[in-house]
Design a protein around this ligand. Structure first.
Ligand code: GRF
Length: 213
């Protein structure tokens, strides 16, 4: 398959999800290629991963900007030099403003380490353990103006074991993140997946609930 879409990936840290997206994009059948990586943190390990893969990588430190809107304007300006079809947030620890979100609405994905709508926000693994839940997981969703609440596309479930710690649970969830993110990215890039209003459509049919992998 020829590459149909280009994607920019925004990161803040280790970039293991970025790596999973890069690895999947190397498949001859991949419908997307990653054209740019942007981090809001200097020294993010993900920037090195991008460079190793030969992908242009840039840091735009959020500390250089007083207002969130100004930061997002700078992000949009850099993205405008690349004109990606799609934008994937992969461990990007910044809340985006509506101007940014509206610019890429329907073309902007995020991955979150919980079975949304359960546990939006931070420290999800700790909170799942504290709640005594027996099932945890991760979600790829379209990004909307409210934090971690955009329409969900794909979820991966991870059973919680009695002996789990925050670290062991986080590691198992992360492995599943690396499976579901490239899957959702491909569905979007091929055009099989669409956001219409605030509902998710796959192959011309509205999804009643997220795909469970
Ligand atoms: C992942 O768990 C992601 O879901 C969360 O932050 C973590 C980032 O990991 N938002 P990485 O940078 O992709 O390794």
């Amino acid at each position: 398959m020829t590459v149909a879409r280009s994607a920019a990936v925004l990161i803040s840290g280790g970039g293991s999800n970025l790596q999973a997206l890069i690895d999947a994009s190397r498949d001859a059948e991949s419908p997307y290629a990653i054209s740019m990586v942007i981090s809001n943190r200097n020294g993010a390990a993900g920037l090195e991963r991008a460079k190793r893969a030969g992908i242009p990588a840039k840091c735009i430190p959020h500390n250089d900007f007083e207002r969130r809107e100004d930061y997002d304007a700078a992000l949009l300006e850099v993205l405008a030099t690349d004109l990606p079809d799609l934008v994937f947030l992969a461990g990007f620890m910044r809340i985006l403003t509506p101007v940014f979100i509206n610019r890429y609405y329907g073309r902007l994905l995020n991955i979150h380490p919980s079975l949304l709508p359960a546990f939006p926000g931070l420290n999800t693994h700790r909170r799942v353990l504290a709640a005594g839940d027996s099932m945890h997981g991760c979600t790829v969703h379209f990004v909307s103006a409210e934090l971690d609440s955009g329409p969900a596309i794909v979820q991966g479930c991870v059973p919680v074991a009695a002996e789990d710690t925050e670290t062991s649970l986080a590691a198992r969830v992360l492995k599943v993140e690396h499976e579901i993110y490239p899957y959702a990215a491909s569905l979007l890039a091929t055009g099989r997946l669409e956001l219409r209003g605030d509902s998710v459509w796959l192959d011309g049919r509205q999804l009643a609930e997220p795909i469970r992998l």
